[in-house]
Write a protein that binds this ligand. Structure first.
Ligand code: GLA
Length: 381
């Protein structure tokens, strides 16, 4: 990939580009907890976005997506959101300008192998690759956590999704063979070795992304904020659902049962992340798997961000002795399920599920066996 993107850069433009690689992510457990200041347990994967970048002598950005075979030329003074892949790059540029960083025109080639719309955070990877590349190119001296914040803000303002920090943080800070236990309130993090002893993480892609995804995502976030505002009236120390106990939630059950369910899910999920970390430390994969199933239940019935395709895939592996755990992953309304599967059983499982999925959902199933990878890095030397 590196030599290919370099060649394209040199054919289209000229000179020696900087090349940055930024990975997609999976999340073992801890879903919809990040923007509630809770815990998550994600890992970077071996699928990534690559950016090749070089300076220009004017104030023009010339962007080219190798995968879409599309290009965009835009002046630095005229940056605004656009449709598609370029908006994530422009969103980052906009943040840098707003923060007063001194940048000028550049040529950029984008390429990658993260499946799009699969919930593996290809957009976060583009944002992280872009901010990292621009930081190098213009010697901006931005530290990594600040780059993560810039990438997240680009997603808010240019893609319109009020995402938490998990995806960008994982893309930037990922480490091979490790998951990251991240406290989304303090941003304290710890790498935990991912030792799966004969099991593997398998992603099953529903190959759907329902239209609702981003609007419902933003609604969930607002519902959580509404709950915090209500609870704060009696408990002034509460600043987020991270500070909330099930007992504090009880009054909400009669005021707004839907919001109560959303919050109950989040409070339980934070505990499940902590319990899963203990399980990982004790190499108790059965316990981890059970938590994954419980998370799916909560996401489907209380948080209501699943869909029939995701539920089908999780139900289809329930009771299978080779599958310790399964759940939908990411924001929801499509994308992948993440499954903890005995290595020898993977091929047969995928073959059988593909038939059932086609028959019942009238769609093809795609499967990926997860390999963890490094976070954002320069790859040309
Ligand atoms: C998306 C968002 C993340 C996180 C997950 C749900 O991936 O980008 O910030 O909220 O959904 O856990």
């Amino acid at each position: 990939m590196v030599s290919e993107i370099k060649k394209i850069f040199q054919q289209k433009f000229s000179g020696e580009p900087l090349i940055v690689r930024s990975p997609g992510r999976v999340n073992l457990i801890g879903e919809h907890t990040d923007y509630n200041e809770g815990f998550v347990l994600p890992a970077a994967i071996d699928k990534a976005i690559y950016v090749a970048i070089g300076r220009r002598t004017d104030n023009v950005l010339h962007l080219y997506s190798n995968d879409f075979n599309e290009s965009l030329k835009i002046n630095l003074t005229n940056i605004k959101p656009v449709k598609g892949w370029a908006t994530y790059i422009l969103g980052v540029v906009d943040q840098l300008i707003k923060k007063g960083f001194d940048i000028a025109g550049f040529n950029l080639i984008l390429s990658g192998d993260i499946p799009i719309g699969a919930g593996l955070s290809s957009s976060a990877a583009v944002e992280c690759a872009t901010v990292f590349a621009l930081n190098e190119l213009f010697s901006l001296k931005i530290e990594k956590t600040a780059m993560v914040r810039i990438a997240q803000k680009a997603e808010h303002e240019y893609a319109g999704v009020m995402c938490g920090i998990m995806d960008q943080f994982t893309s930037m800070f990922g480490k091979k063979d490790s998951v990251i236990k991240l406290d989304c309130r303090s941003l304290e993090y710890e790498y935990k070795p991912l030792q799966l002893e004969g099991y593997k993480l398998v992603l099953l892609n529903t190959n759907v992304k329902h239209e609702l995804a981003s609007s419902e995502y933003n609604t969930r976030r607002q519902q959580c904020e509404q709950a915090v505002a209500w609870i704060k009236k009696d408990h002034s120390q509460v600043n987020s659902l991270r500070d909330v106990t099930i007992a504090m939630l009880e009054p909400l059950a009669s005021i707004d049962p839907i919001i109560y369910n959303r919050c109950k899910y989040v409070v339980d999920e934070n505990q499940r992340v902590l319990d899963s970390c203990d399980a990982l430390e004790k190499a108790d994969l059965h316990a981890l798997g059970k938590k994954m199933f419980s998370t799916h239940d909560g996401l489907s019935k209380e948080y209501e961000v699943s869909c029939k395709e995701l539920d089908y895939l999780v139900n289809a592996v329930k009771g299978n002795p080779h599958v310790l755990g399964a759940r939908m992953m990411g924001g929801g309304f499509g994308g992948c399920t993440i499954n903890l599967v005995k290595e020898e059983a993977i091929d047969e499982l995928i073959a059988n599920l593909s038939i059932g999925y086609k028959e019942n959902m009238l769609l093809d199933l795609t499967a990926y066996v997860v390999v963890t990878g490094q976070g954002t890095e320069l790859v040309n030397h």
